[in-house]
Design a protein around this ligand. Structure first.
Ligand code: NDP
Length: 247
């Protein structure tokens, strides 16, 4: 599997799952553009780790929920690199609370970042990918988008929205050599899940046939496969990486 010569953009690449995806794509030869929104130190750490391993990476700050920032950022990327071959829509947030307590802002923030951000970034790269008749778009959804979860109606709606979006865009772009797929992680150890109480973590483990939480690298492996030529005939699909918790 080689991604040599490919230009990859990973949203939310500074930490957690995104960082592991950046490192994996770079290890396979891609030049990786690491996006972050608020944490330049973490993004630099990701870039340095890739460069220290002999790979190519740089960071770029933009908020995936802000159209103007996306327009400026992708123009900058295209000016510098000429094209984007691989887009991984990974950036995501949670604002968990029960429906009865959920504020409009909590709904909007999660939908804007987790779903509208996927739409905006995908739109930003699709014209260039269509022209070059090659592209890989990989969207990170979640087990919650398929199974639902009390306290995460906003997050589940956004992640389920990614599923419909992915399938629709896969149909639109298939004839142009562009595949659009998703990866649906189960519970993965990152900043997003690190602060769950021991009680909740143990309950979650009880629902996972493999009995352990996943690692960010488990997701990176699935993304690398979908980005590769091995997956050239795979589009509109989702790989569930969840230790068996949802089948
Ligand atoms: P983390 O909280 O560890 O990292 C989130 C990343 O997204 C950071 O790089 C952050 O940047 C970036 N980010 C957040 N908001 C924005 C924004 N508005 N614009 C650009 N970047 C942004 O999350 P995970 O690594 O755990 O999650 C990554 C993806 O995987 C998410 O889509 C999440 O929903 C999904 N997922 C995670 C699971 C898990 O168990 N961890 C399970 C299922 C799905 P910065 O460093 O600047 O803050």
């Amino acid at each position: 599997m080689s991604l040599s010569g490919k230009i990859a953009v990973v949203t939310g690449g500074s930490r957690g799952i995104g960082r592991a995806i950046c490192q994996r794509l770079a290890a396979l030869g891609a030049t990786v553009i690491v996006n972050y929104v608020s944490n330049p130190a973490a993004a630099e750490e990701t870039v340095k780790s890739i460069q220290n391993a002999g790979g190519k990476a740089e960071s770029i700050q933009f908020n995936v929920a802000t159209p103007e920032e996306i327009e400026t950022a992708f123009k900058k990327i295209l000016d510098a690199h000429g094209r984007v071959d691989i887009l991984v829509n990974n950036a995501g947030i949670t604002r968990d609370t029960l429906l009865m307590k959920m504020k409009d802002e909590q709904w909007d923030e999660v939908l804007n970042t987790n779903l509208k951000g996927v739409f905006l970034c995908t739109k930003a790269v699709s014209r260039g990918m269509m022209k070059q008749r090659w592209g890989r778009i990989i969207n990170i959804t979640s087990v919650i988008g398929f199974a639902g979860n009390a306290g995460q109606a906003n997050y589940a709606a956004a992640k389920a929205g990614i599923v419909g979006f992915t399938k629709s865009v896969a149909k639109e772009l298939a004839s142009r050599g562009i595949t659009v797929n998703g990866v649906a992680p189960g519970y993965i150890v990152t900043d997003m899940t690190r602060n769950l109480s021991e009680e909740i973590t143990n309950t979650i483990k009880g629902e996972i046939p493999m009995g352990v939480l996943g690692e960010a690298e488990d997701i990176a492996g699935a993304v690398a496969y979908l980005a590769s030529d091995d997956a050239r005939y795979v589009t509109g699909q989702f790989i569930h990486v969840n230790g068996g918790m949802f089948m």
